[in-house]
Design a protein around this ligand. Structure first.
Ligand code: PMV
Length: 320
């Protein structure tokens, strides 16, 4: 009745932004991501017939804000007539600041809950269940390069390459440690309702997915860099042109983008991507990792950098 699972965040290179259906949390577009290695969330789930309510502890502190979402997710995995649970989460990176902590959290939660209640759903079912709680969480069940496809009213997940089949490196420049001002669900709804660019964003996503899939297949770094930066800036253009506008960036975010441009101009194989937060993720070939990390660390407004190779999908750490 108790299990612990670990999952790593993933970084989308072709982004998920927009929902087709709110009730099922079905994405409006497919996406393509890389799963990280050294950042992680560990979730322990313990069911007990003696508990009257679910209890959630994040980093040792009781958290009632996230509880409803977590309980809803457990209902999906186990059923609504389940025992109540104590859920404990530990994360080794800042949460709710655009580092995809919900992806690793819900992937680990679903995997731990499934093991703790002895259900043993297959991986794609687990990914679909996690995806209903957080769209990007479906991708964290797989390592390396992952594509999420929207197939009618369901999602499908495909691992395009394993982590060691094209070992890229990621440097995350932390420019603010505080929680983001607007959650991604609310921001996506606002974008769909008010950005004049939203329909074209949705219509042209398949082009970007096709180009990124090809780049990954050919291990063509320049091609992947070009489509990933384009797709990222397109998503942020949709956010910026929403009403009221959604701007997750700060001064240091722009400074980091400039640093990446300067590195590119001097021939360094690196590109940036930015999610619903102010942090800049620089993806590079492993040989350039130290140079990219040093340049970002020196960029004005960067408090620290985190580094990661690509890693595996969610996995069980313990169960009893
Ligand atoms: O999974 P959510 O609901 O936190 O949304 C993730 C949205 C982005 O991180 C901006 C893009 C993505 O594909 O991960």
């Amino acid at each position: 009745m108790r299990a612990v699972a670990q999952a790593q965040p993933n970084i989308a290179l072709v982004k998920y932004w927009g929902k087709q259906n709110l009730a099922d949390n079905l994405p409006a577009v497919g996406s393509l991501s890389i799963t990280l290695d050294s950042l992680w969330t560990r979730m322990e789930v313990e069911f007990s017939s003696e508990l009257r309510n679910d209890r959630l502890l994040i980093g040792g502190h009781q958290d009632d804000e996230m509880l409803a979402r977590v309980s809803g997710c457990l209902d999906q995995v186990v059923g609504t007539d389940r025992d109540r649970a104590i859920i404990q989460s530990e994360t080794n990176f800042p949460i709710a600041a655009g580092l995809a902590s919900s992806a690793s959290a819900f992937a680990a939660l679903v995997m731990a809950a499934d093991a703790a209640c002895g259900k043993s759903h297959e991986l794609l079912s687990l990914a679909r269940m996690a995806g209903r709680a957080s769209g990007s969480a479906a991708r964290s069940f797989y390592g390396g390069f992952v594509e999420l496809r929207v197939d009618g009213r369901r999602i499908d997940t495909v691992q395009l390459l394993k982590d060691d089949e094209w070992p890229l490196h990621v440097v995350v420049a932390i420019t603010a440690e505080t929680a983001k001002p607007l959650g991604s669900t609310e921001a996506m709804i606002r974008s769909a309702e008010s950005s004049p660019f939203y329909s074209s964003w949705v219509e042209r996503q398949d082009e970007d997915l096709g180009a990124a899939r090809e780049a990954v297949g050919e291990r063509d770094f320049a091609k992947l860099a070009s489509v990933a930066e384009h797709n990222c800036l397109k998503m942020h253009s949709v956010m910026w042109t929403s009403r009221p506008s959604i701007v997750y960036w700060n001064r240091a975010t722009l400074s980091c983008m400039q640093t990446v441009r300067e590195l590119q101009n001097s021939g360094v194989p690196v590109f940036f991507t930015i999610d619903a937060g102010p942090q800049v993720k620089a993806v590079c070939l492993p040989a350039a990792a130290d140079q990219v990390a040093a340049a970002l660390q020196e960029t004005s407004g960067v408090s620290r950098v985190l580094q990661s190779n690509l890693g595996h999908g969610a996995r069980l750490v313990a169960s009893a």
